[in-house]
Design a protein around this ligand. Sequence first.
Ligand code: PLP
Length: 454
Amino acid sequence: MSELRRLLKNAAVRGADYLEGLDVRSVAPDPAALDALASAFGDLPPDGTTAESVLEELDRLGSPATMGSAGGRYFGFVIGGSVPGALAANLLAGAWDQCAGMRIGSPGAAIIEDIACRWLLQLLRLPANAGVGLTTGATMANFVGLAAARHALLSRQGWSVERHGLYGAPEIEVIVGEQVHVSALKALGMLGLGSERVTRVPVDDQGRMLAEQCPPLNDRCLVLMQAGNVNTGAFDPAIAICEAAAQVGAWVHVDGAFGLWARATRQMDDLTHGLEQADSLAADAHKWLNVPYDCGVAVVRDAEALASAMAFHAPYLVHGENREPAQYTPEMSRRARGVEVFAALRQLGAKGVAELIERNCRQARHFAEGLRMREFEILNDVVLNQVLVAFGSDDETRSMVEALQRDGTFWAGGTTWKDRQAMRISVSSWRTTDEDIQRCLDAVDRVLTKNGCP
Ligand SMILES: *Cc1c(COP(=O)(O)O)cnc(C)c1O
């Protein structure tokens, strides 16, 4: 066997051992493992070493220091694992090492991306001629969608923002819900639209924008709504917002980092209906589609607006009649992240994605019911994959979150919801089984008995 072959096989075997080991280790890394990693290396060594020993070192020191988020009992933030087909594709695409920004740089990667984008639109039931860009994540997908919005709203006023910038430009009014995600505000800041120069619309008890309290719209308004509140999982009312916007030519952007995937099933039409009317949407494939980090998806109904916002020209970069990946994202050179999207969709099929979404939502309800049966308060309507639970007073909740994280059976973080401390549980992995949920509830019982709290 050649050395390279042995090395890559070794990496694959170590990866498999790691993933299998997640079932029996603590989800959070042992503090001792973090210390060992942090103190293992001094200054940059002048001499190199073998690739084999780099791999051995990383596995020995790095693997125990990881968060077990690739396993079935990590419920922090909204993370998701990697479906096997997408992980394997990631390994293969690593070997390919394609520069996927330009078709001429990798015609094959561009074709795979074309297919992945077409399938994404079909899965999400969005217009087939919409523009799609594959970004690093939802922050950048929000950035891309909002850049297309900025382009379209200002070009209608006769202003090219790409050429002339925002100095002296007609004003755009940006309207957000009180519960807008920080990443969308960050994107507004990066676009010169201002993270604080926004009109905030009040929300209801689940964090949904109250459409009737939206200010009057016009064709210089950009409404930024969300599909999937990061705490409750609630959706802003898409039909009301999109219809009001369509009447006057306002632009609607949807931050649907995880919630947009609910469109893969028909079971949640009550939440997702109307989103197909939005002008631009952002989602995270590394969240609920369960592809490896990193991959976000930006969809813009007017593909021309997206391509104009991301356009670039150089004499040595000749654009053909086919879609150029880099015309749809900020980056030029980048990895071929369409490969994993392709692989996840190919492995699961439309039905498999729907089943994944439905199963995680059912598991979230089961988790919530189990906690409620133990007399804990569920603070949200569990309409999606998010559960907010309070274990008593704020102090009791804080100490329970810490104790559960230390116990290591599962990991979920703390949050504040309506001035109360809560644990935030997000079920977003293909690997989570019903038995995993039961193991988590057993852990809650065990930690309660041990701590005698609350
Ligand atoms: C995760 C998330 C984001 C940010 O996505 P990144 O992939 O971390 O950039 C934006 N909006 C919502 C609602 C999210 O859940």
